[in-house]
Structure formats: C-alpha cells, structure tokens
Design a protein around this ligand. Structure first.
Ligand code: HSE
Length: 327
C-alpha cells in the first residue's frame, strides 16, 4: 500500500488523554519532588487533549481557561509538544495532519502544574494516536523539553507526577529517571489558588544562584528524613518534616496573604503548609477531613483575591495520564 493510502486510512482515528494537576516541590524537594492531585469529590482538576488524524493541521482551545492560551498555535504548548513529537519520529511522512483540541481547565501560572498538564495530556494523547512510537521514558524526556521551554529550566517535578501519577522523586540515574514513592494516602491536600498568576520564570528569578552550606545540609536532612518516614509508613511524621529552605523564603513575599494564612493554618494543627510549585497556590496538609473542610472555608474567605480563585480538597492521585482512560 502506498504512503498516501496509509495516510488516508488513518484519517478519522482519534485519541484523548487527561493529565491531572500536580504540586511541584512539595516544599521539601525543590525541583526534585512532585505529587499528582485528585479532588476528593472526584471532579476533574487537570487538562484534557483530544487528537485526531485529519486532512489539515488545526488547534482548537476550549475549556474555562481557553482565553489565556496563545491564539498563535506555534506559541501554544500543546502544539509545540506536537511539533517536537512529530519531528523526532523516524517516519513522520507516513502520518496525516493532526487536529488537536486542548481543553484548558487549569489556570496558567497557578503553581498546579498547568503547563505540564497541557504538555503531558498532549503527548500522551499523541502517543496513543500514533500507536505508541515512544517509550514512557522517551515521552518523559520530550515532556521535560517542552516544559523547560515554558518555565526557563529543565525540571520534571510536574510532568513526571502528571504522567505517572503518585508522588514522584527524580532520580539521578537516566535509565530510571523517577522513583515512585509510597503514596501518602492518609493526607488531604487543601490547595488554594488565589486567582492571580505568578509565572514560574518570575518566581525562579528571585531565587539565589547559590546557597550556604548550612542550607544545603538542612535541605538534604529534611528531604532524606521525609523519604525515610514515608518508607517506614510514618505519614504524619513525613508531613511534619516538610520544610522549604530553598524557595519559600524568597517567594513568600511575592504571594499576597501567604505568610498570614500559613501562620493561621499551622496554629490550627495543619501538618504542613507550603507553596505549591512556584506559587501562588498554597497547600495545607492534614489527615483529618473535617479540618480540611475548615481550612478550605478559611482559605476561601481569606486567600482568594480574584474571581477565578478556588480551593479544593485533594489527595495524591494514584493514576496519571499514562493510565487514565478518557471517555
Ligand atoms: N520546581 C519548580 C519551581 C516548579 O519551583 O520553580 C514549577 O512548577
């Protein structure tokens, strides 16, 4: 069969993917740790992408935050991901054009891995559509590459949990790039997005290029103890070990109301309170659902500053885009 016939036969084939929101850093593992999130009410908190082989390339933005997606498709992360995906194929000429719909449900610059969601959902849907030309690891590298273009630095702490689910620690070994840590399933994560954006690039620029030896030691101690407690099944102790000595001291002042809310929530027995990713979303941890609801009410009244703000009670999602089937 000719390439033209193969292409025609593929037209109309469809695939979709949903990528969950994630919280990068989890305060204790700057650029190294990230958790996928699922709302306890099971409503979606993430982006969906639908792709289809078609006669002509096309990108449609839909969803609550479609208006913040660049109208020029070459500036849009979903399309940038597609271009990279196709360029790296060994046989791109054998495939028809692609029609893509990005259902943008997460606010950008929120600290909830919004750009990672668009990238992960796009590449997962495309890998399904093209019949899995890339392994998980190859796909993760592509995801990192596109995300780095958006945030200014290569870090996998959003794309990895969004793709694999769970609580992912980045490994120094290239052949096993992520370590799936025990899921702290007793924790409720109250995540509060105040309604204004803080671009990751901006939030990275305020960080010092170097840290003192004492800070490096503290950081190693908190992260190592956190991981050890998780493996010991000591989830409450692990949560109490969450401390950010790298980014929060510099970022807290960029986020109106963060310090006051943190102080209040810790006084109400929150196990940990931190900045989700680069912010401005705040997260608070508790193992008590009643307390989680109280934190939610407090944050709705005191942390939300704009219409598009929200507070959700989440848990660490077991599944990521790789294993979530859409429709
Ligand atoms: N680790 C990144 C940062 C996460 O804190 O800059 C960005 O979502």
């Amino acid at each position: 069969m000719s390439t033209a016939n193969i292409k025609t036969d593929l037209i109309g084939r469809k695939a979709s993917a949903y990528a969950p929101a994630s919280t990068g850093n989890v305060s204790v593992g700057f650029d190294l740790l990230g958790a996928a999130l699922i709302r306890v009410d099971q409503k979606p908190l993430g982006d969906t992408v639908h792709v289809e082989f078609a006669e002509q390339d096309q990108l449609i933005n839909s969803g609550e935050f479609a208006h913040v997606c660049p109208p020029d498709k070459n500036q849009n992360l979903a399309w940038i991901a597609y271009s990279l995906f196709k360029n790296k194929l060994t046989n791109p000429e054998q495939f028809p054009a692609v029609k893509m719909e990005l259902v943008k449900s997460l606010p950008v610059g929120s600290g909830l891995g919004s750009s990672a969601c668009s990238v992960v959902a796009s590449l997962t849907a495309l890998n399904r559509l093209f019949d899995f030309p890339y392994t998980d690891q190859e796909l993760l590298v592509l995801m990192g590459e596109v995300e780095a273009g958006a945030s200014g630095d290569l870090h996998y702490d959003n794309v990895a949990p969004s793709y694999f689910g769970g609580l992912q620690l980045m490994s120094p070994h290239q052949d096993t790039p992520v370590i799936n840590l025990p899921n702290p399933d007793s924790w409720y994560w109250v995540v509060a997005f105040p309604g204004f954006s803080l671009p990751t690039k901006e939030a990275r620029e305020v960080l010092p290029k170097q840290v003192d030896k004492s800070v490096a030691i503290d950081n190693a101690q908190y992260l190592a103890a956190f991981v050890a407690y998780l493996y010991q099944g000591e989830q409450t102790l692990a949560a109490k070990t969450i401390k950010d000595v790298i980014a929060e001291p510099y970022r807290a002042d960029l986020i109106a109301g963060f310090k006051t809310s943190k102080q209040y929530l810790l006084a109400q027995d929150a196990l940990a309170v931190g900045i989700s990713g680069a912010g401005p979303t705040l997260f608070a941890l508790t193992t008590d659902l009643t307390k989680a609801q109280q934190y939610k009410e407090y944050l709705e009244q005191n942390y939300i500053l704009a219409d598009k703000g929200f507070v959700h009670i989440c848990q660490c999602a077991t599944l990521g885009a790789k294993d979530i089937q859409v429709g």
